[in-house]
Each structure stands twice: as C-alpha cells, then as structure tokens.
Design a protein around this ligand. Sequence first.
Ligand SMILES: NC(=O)c1ccc[n+]([C@@H]2O[C@H](COP(=O)([O-])OP(=O)(O)OC[C@H]3O[C@@H](n4cnc5c(N)ncnc54)[C@H](OP(=O)(O)O)[C@@H]3O)[C@@H](O)[C@H]2O)c1
Length: 330
Amino acid sequence: MAPARMRAVQYDGYGEGAAGLKDVQVPVPSAKKNELLLKLEAASINPVDWKMQKGMLRPLLPRRLPYIPVTDVAGVVVDVGSGVDGFQAGDEVVAMLNPFSGGGFAEYAVASVKLTVKRPPGVSAAEGAGLPIAAGTALQSLRSIGAKLDGTGKPLNVLVTAASGGVGLYAVQLAKLAGLHVTATCGARNMELVRSLGADEVLDYKTAEGASMRSPSGRKYDGVVHCTVGVGWSTFEPLLSATGKLVDITASLSAFLRAALHWVTFARKRLVPLLLWPNKADLEFLVGLVKDGKLKTVVDSRFPLSEASKAWEKSIDGHATGKIIVEMEG
Ligand SMILES: NC(=O)c1ccc[n+]([C@@H]2O[C@H](COP(=O)([O-])OP(=O)(O)OC[C@H]3O[C@@H](n4cnc5c(N)ncnc54)[C@H](OP(=O)(O)O)[C@@H]3O)[C@@H](O)[C@H]2O)c1
C-alpha cells in the first residue's frame, strides 16, 4: 500500500536551474486506466529535462507548473489501474513517464503500461533507468542510418560524436552489436572508456584532428550519430559517403530547413533530424540487451533524491560520462 503523501522535487517557474528545484511533500498519484503506480528506485536525467525548465520547449512542455521533472525511471509496481494486463504489484520495471506530466523526481510515480517493461533479475534500477531516452535515441538513430541490430545489415562506417555522453555511449555499443565500424569523438579523459566499449577509432574533440572528425583510416561515413551542437552540415558533408546520412539529434531550425531541402531535392547525402519516438518494443529490446550482458549503462554519478539539485547541476554542466542517476533511498 502506498502512503497518502510522498517526497518529491519540483520547480514552479522557468529558468532558475538547480536553484529552482524545491523539496516538497505532495499527494501520491493514483493509477488510472492502463496505468501503474510505481515506487521509484532510480531516475536518470536527460538534457531535455533541464531544457524544459529553461523554457526551450514552451508552450508544449511542461504542460503545467509546478512540475516534477524527469521521465526515465525504474521501480516496483505497487498498484495497477483498471484494464491493466500483464503487470502486478511487486513487478520490477523500467518506464518512461509521460513528459507532459513528468514525475520522476519523487518516491512514487504513475506510468502508462504502453511505456513500461519488466526489469529482469540482474538489471539494476540504475542500469534500467538510464535506458529510455538515451539508449532509445541511440537505437533509433542507428536504425535510420540502416544499421540492423540482428547483425544482418551491411558493415557500415559510422561516426558517433560526443560518444562519452548519455546517448553516445549507448550508440557506440549498439553500433558494434550491429557490426559497424565506429569512429567516435570525445574528450581525452574518456578515450580509453569509449575504446573499451568497442569504438574502432577515437578522436579527442579538443585536438585539430578531432575537430576535423576525419576517420584516421580514411573511411567515409555512411552515417553520423551527431550528439552535440555547434558543428554544421558543411563540416560533415565532405566526410559522408555518396549516400551518407547525418542523423542530428540536436537539430536547430536551420538543420530542419536543410533536411527539408534535401528531402524535396532527393539529395543523396542527407541531413536527418531525429526526435525519439518512445515505444515499448524498443525499451523491451534494450532491457533485454542489458540482461544478456550485451549493453552497459555507464553510470557517471549517483545522487540521493535529497541531492537532486546537485545531479541537475551536473547535467546542465554538460560533462557527464554516461548517465546521471538519482536514487530514491529508504
Ligand atoms: N532528439 C532527441 O530525441 C534527443 C534524445 C536524447 C538527447 N538529445 C540531445 O542530444 C544531446 C546529447 O545528449 P546526452 O544525453 O548524450 O548529453 P550528455 O550526456 O550531457 O553529454 C555530455 C557529454 O558530451 C561530451 N561532449 C560535449 N561536447 C562535445 C563535443 N563537441 N565533442 C565531443 N564530445 C562532447 C562531453 O564530454 P566532455 O566532458 O569531455 O566535454 C560529455 O561526456 C543533448 O543536447 C540532448 O538534449 C536529443
């Protein structure tokens, strides 16, 4: 049985960063039709969480203030709403909460069955909570380049930029599972880690060679999973193979316009802006890879819920290696 009230961390205005996060006591939500009430064990922060607080997704997200941020969670089912099939109290799960209502920085949250999957023994809460947005985006980016995760695809050459970040570290590992040749960029301190997760070539983005992003072995890229900002199409275009795709997960308005131009002109080399399409099948697939020891969640740091603002600050700082995890102690 869930208590009537719970601890949570929320913000009630835009643009205050970590200082805008407040510890509060709020009513425990209840599971409605096709929903599960979860006792949360861990949540992982994605940059979109604090971008929402900055007002960058206004007026779409958040839908209303105050808002309990963060969508990517792992926990245990404590109650099921009507119409729920296949879940029961006590099930350990991974879920992506509805970003319109948020809720991850709390002791309890309500998740839709459509974006909740069971977490097998051996997959920790932190490993699971890291997956929904970051690994989901990495997977869908690679698929849009033509990667086949069952290993039946062509041995494409890919570049992963910001390979030490939340998305990048999953992208490197998934690309290797798909049998691709991976060139990666990251800072000097993370080169060994990125190599150890399978990257064939690693470039320090702070050197001239790294900034050029050219493959040391002279390969042209069939695809780029671009996970950082500040590098335009004109830099990537000469690095792409004849039909290479630049998958931009941080696309600006001008990138969207260029993508539209490529589309209407049937360009062979293309810019493809990518927005994650959250879905249960991908989440199940990713959790399965973690269970089988084929995919790792690299945890940058862990904070208790009482120090969620420190975790928030660290994510805003932009230098995480892997995922920043907030744990709901007690
Ligand atoms: N379109 C979508 O659906 C979608 C989904 C998920 C994420 N995103 C966006 O994708 C971006 C990346 O997300 P994330 O979760 O991976 O971020 P993150 O974990 O915060 O990325 C931090 C990492 O990026 C590295 N980095 C920063 N600038 C770099 C550069 N110029 N070259 C190489 N490495 C660099 C940092 O290395 P150092 O510490 O060494 O600097 C750090 O390890 C964010 O803007 C996010 O909003 C979009």
